[in-house]
Every structure is written in structure tokens, then in C-alpha cells.
Design a binder for this molecule. Structure first.
Ligand code: SF4
Length: 516
């Protein structure tokens, strides 16, 4: 049994949920999320996999998330339990993690420690549960995940995950046999066999789209919102982005009738999700239908060049108070460099529409520290923000330092430097004189993200050392140094599936490093 505190907390959360699945099946898997509940239940991928596994006759999925008080639980020696079955996660035959971004790997380590399982795969005994990963991080660089997992599904994992569950069940969830079965198969990365050689990003078929929520709950970052995908992928070419058209062939739009048919009648708030939702050719039709039904709406990605008065007025009727669009880079020169189509006139028009339709705030987000950026670009940003402030008084600017990602044209570009990013932020703030709200993310943690995004499995091991040493920035700096981590530069070329399968079979013949 879980401790009364953990059980009480689970019960409180379950009581507030609509759509929870309690199911009996011969095979149960634990779906683990390495961040707390409110983030887990805002993840469309996590929710969608929960639904899909439970739709399979012989399978049932129970959820477990990183508890808010994980460190206290570790001190008390308390075991992590699942929500639906109140069963120790370590007693499941398979633990499947969804990992969204690099720094979340620390949450994976804590979840495994809360199961009393060695976080490093090579230290787990042969009869330990299978530990697998998938999720958004696998679109960029899953290699730092390698030390912790038996199998990693790379890219769009819906069908591959169900295949993995079904085969693993048939093989009695035996780690060695399951790993042997999947070695060399497209979309499956087996760190024990493949070392740092990761396969290309998998693509799901249209039949498994759209991803949809299963559970509606008020206890998430997206309070009581039902999420549904309207498109997968993106047809644009922003050079820093892993979702660009070169990943899985551009945008695949879901027909409006399919999107609308999947929204349950009890949903009162609907979130439309996709890499570039406003590029969907029928997005106005979908939003108008929902707003006319009296639903509140949220949209994951608005593109400034796609908005018009009709659309913004629909957003206002759908409960929007803050219009959030991407500005992307500080100057027109830098926006052109990264192949963004957004121009000043698009953003000025957004500010005018925010004022006209009586929304509250225009929020812009952008990247700082792109290759080739100078102080002159920051000065242009200051000038533009001041002009924008005159159009609409309430402007907020969200800023993230540039981190080069795999599978993008900017792969291998260096990090600008913590001091450079901080100096440019200072220059920006000074120029804006408090007229515009500036919300930057930390340059230090962006550097840690960069070391992982451009790193190999040794960067994952450095994160492990740093996290166990206390997880402070200084711990990371020291651990990267001690592990000899250097960003590896761009991946030379993407190997073909045939080449990868050949090399995997060869590696498998030589060694399958799963402990007996
Ligand atoms: S940044 Fe947005 S618009 Fe650009 S490629 Fe990525 S998802 Fe598409």
C-alpha cells in the first residue's frame, strides 16, 4: 500500500477527474511522467497514449507521475505508486516514460529511485521491469536518455508503442527477449546495442491521428481543458525548429469533422493543439463551430501572419484575454536568417487587433543569442517594442536563449554564452525602461540544455552525477567537465533505415548488453 499521504493525494486528484479508466486486463503497464501531475495531464501525448493502451483488449495502463514532494519521499524511503491501481510502480512489468525536454531527465532518475530501481539500465538485474521512453525529446536528441532506458521509441510513437506492449506481453516482458526482438527495427533505439547511433524519427499513420485527451481535470496548467490535435507537423522551415517541414514531410491536417467528432459533449473548454495550428486550412471553420457552441477555446500556436479581425474576434468570444504570437528573433535581419516569415507589420496588426477586440495583453516570444546576432539587433528590438507599446499598452516579451537542436539546419551551432545572453538582456531592459514586461528564461539552464541537446550518452551520465550531487548549476558544470562532455557538433548525415538495421544486427551479433 502507498502511504496515506500519497494515497490521499491520488484520491483527491482522481475525485476531480472525468474520464479516468479503471480496467482489468491480463497485462498492465505503468505510464510514468517525470514531472508532476499538473504538467503530465497537460501533455496531449501522455493522455493520448493512456487512451490508446486502454483501448487494447489485453492491456491496461495506470498512471504515475513525479510527486511534488519527491525529495521528501526519497528521504522517507517511500515507494512511488500508480494512481488507478494504487500499486508500487516497481511491481509492473513495464515502465513507459514520456520525456518532453532535456532537463526532465532528472525527473526520470527520481521516479526510478522512488521505485527503488537502479536508474542506470546496466545496473538493473535481468528480472527488473522493462524501462522504455518516448515523447517530444526524442524528436531532437534522445541519446542522453540512453543510460537509463532499455528501449527508446524515436519520434511519433503511437503505433510503435502499442506494438512494443503487445510483443513484450507475448514474450513475458523479459528484458533480454524483448530487446532482441526490437533490435534493428525502424523507430526503436536500443542503447545497449546501438550505443550513440540513433535511428531516424518515426512517423505515425493518419489512422492513429488525431491525438486526444482522455481525462479532463481542473488540476492542470490547462485547467479543465479537453485537448485535441488539429494537425501534426509543420510545413514551414524555421531553421532552429525540430518540427520544421524536413521532419516527417510537413503538416498533416486533420479534417474538421474528425476533430469535432472527437470532442465529448461534456467538454466546456477545448484546446486545439499542433505545431502550427493557424496554418490548418480550415482552422477558422473549426474555431467558429466551437465558439458558436459556447465553448471556451485555447490554441497552442498562433502565427502573426495568419491572424485577421474575424479570427481574433472569435478568439475573444472564445475567452481569450492574452494573444500570444511568435516574434522569433530581435530584428528583421535575424528573422530572415532563420527563415521566419513574420514581419513587423504582422505584429503591429496583431497589437491593433488586440486593442480593437478588447483583449488584455499581446504576448510575444522570441529567441535571443542566435548565431550572428549583434547588439544592433537588440537596439532594433528596443525601437520596435517602443513603437508597439504605443499601439497597445500591455505588451509582454517571453525570451528563451537559443539552443541548437539535432535534425535542424542550425544543429551544431554554438551557445552564445551565458554572459553574452545576460548582457543583451540587460541592454534590452535598459532600452525598454520598464514599458514592456520582459520574462526571460535562465541563460545558465539554457546552457545545461545545450550541453544535453548537443551531447551523447556521456551528457546523460553527467546529468545523473549532477542531479545526485544536488542538481545545482555548479554541479552540472563540474559533472560535464569530469565526464569530458563536449558538444559533438552536427550529426554528419542521417543514416538510411537499411544502414541502421545492418549496423544494429551486426552490433547485436557481437553484444547484447543486458545483464543476466
Ligand atoms: S517554429 Fe513553428 S512555424 Fe516554424 S517550423 Fe517550427 S512549428 Fe513550424
Amino acid at each position: 500500500m502507498s502511504s496515506p499521504t500519497q494515497r490521499e493525494e491520488h484520491q483527491r486528484l482522481l475525485n476531480d477527474e472525468e474520464g479516468t479508466i479503471f480496467k482489468d486486463a491480463p497485462n498492465r503497464v505503468a505510464l510514468c511522467y517525470p514531472s508532476p501531475y499538473r504538467a503530465a495531464m497537460s501533455s496531449l501525448g501522455y493522455q493520448s497514449i493512456y487512451r490508446q493502451v486502454n483501448e487494447c483488449e489485453s492491456l491496461a495502463a495506470d498512471r504515475a507521475m513525479l510527486p511534488d514532494d519527491a525529495q521528501d519521499m526519497l528521504k522517507r524511503g517511500e515507494l512511488l505508486h500508480t494512481m488507478e491501481a494504487n500499486r508500487p510502480v516497481a511491481h509492473y512489468s513495464m515502465l513507459a516514460f514520456s520525456v518532453a525536454y532535456e532537463l526532465e531527465i532528472a525527473g526520470v532518475i527520481d521516479c526510478l529511485r522512488l521505485c527503488k530501481l537502479p536508474p542506470l539500465a546496466t545496473e538493473r538485474p535481468a528480472d527488473a521491469p522493462l524501462v522504455i521512453a518516448g515523447g517530444p525529446l526524442t524528436f531532437s536528441n534522445p541519446v542522453p536518455l540512453a543510460p537509463f532506458f532499455d528501449i527508446i521509441i524515436v519520434g511519433e510513437g503511437e503505433e510503435l508503442f502499442l506494438e512494443l506492449c503487445t510483443v513484450a506481453a507475448k514474450l513475458g516482458f523479459e528484458r533480454r527477449r524483448v530487446c532482441e526482438h526490437f533490435a534493428g527495427k525502424a523507430g526503436f533505439y536500443l542503447p545497449a546495442v546501438d550505443a550513440d547511433l540513433c535511428p531516424p524519427i518515426a512517423q505515425a499513420s493518419m489512422a492513429s491521428l488525431p491525438a486526444r485527451s482522455q481525462i479532463i481535470t481542473p488540476n492542470t496548467e490547462l485547467r479543465s481543458m479537453f485537448l485535441t490535435e488539429v494537425a501534426r507537423g509543420c510545413s514551414r522551415g524555421c531553421t532552429y525548429c525540430v518540427m520544421r517541414r524536413s521532419t516527417n514531410g510537413g503538416m498533416r491536417a486533420i479534417p474538421p469533422e474528425e476533430v469535432l467528432a472527437g470532442i465529448p459533449s461534456h467538454a466546456s473548454r477545448v484546446g486545439l493543439v499542433g505545431a502550427a495550428v493557424t496554418d490548418h486550412p480550415k482552422i477558422t471553420e473549426i474555431v467558429a463551430h466551437l465558439v458558436d457552441r459556447g465553448l471556451e477555446i485555447g490554441i497552442s500556436s498562433l502565427r502573426a501572419d495568419k491572424l485577421d479581425d474575424n479570427f481574433v474576434s472569435l478568439l475573444g468570444r472564445g475567452g481569450y484575454r492574452t494573444l500570444t504570437v511568435a516574434l522569433d528573433a530581435p530584428s528583421q535581419r535575424m528573422r530572415s536568417e532563420i527563415e521566419r516569415v513574420t514581419q513587423e507589420r504582422h505584429v503591429i496588426r496583431c497589437a491593433e487587433m488586440v486593442r480593437r477586440h478588447k483583449l488584455h495583453t499581446l504576448k510575444l516570444y522570441m529567441i535571443l543569442g542566435l548565431p550572428g546576432e549583434t547588439d544592433g539587433d537588440i537596439d532594433e528590438l528596443v525601437d520596435f517594442m517602443m513603437r508597439l507599446h504605443k499601439v497597445h499598452g500591455k505588451i509582454a516579451l517571453g525570451i528563451a536563449p537559443f539552443v541548437a537542436k539535432r535534425h535542424t539546419p542550425l544543429d551544431g551551432e554554438p551557445f552564445a554564452g551565458i554572459s553574452v545572453v545576460e548582457k543583451r538582456l540587460k541592454r534590452l531592459r535598459k532600452g525598454l525602461k520598464g514599458q514592456v514586461i520582459v520574462r526571460p528564461t535562465s541563460a545558465r539552464w539554457a546552457w545545461v540544455e545545450y550541453m544535453l541537446a548537443q551531447g551523447t550518452s556521456s551528457a546523460g551520465l553527467a546529468l545523473y552525477d549532477a542531479h545526485l550531487a544536488g542538481g545545482r548549476f555548479a554541479d552540472y558544470k563540474r559533472a560535464f567537465k569530469e565526464r569530458g562532455c563536449e558538444p559533438t557538433g552536427p550529426v554528419a548525415r542521417v543514416l538510411s533505415s537499411a544502414e541502421i538495421q545492418r549496423s544494429k544486427r551486426e552490433a547485436l551479433r557481437k553484444r547484447l548488453v543486458v545483464q543476466q
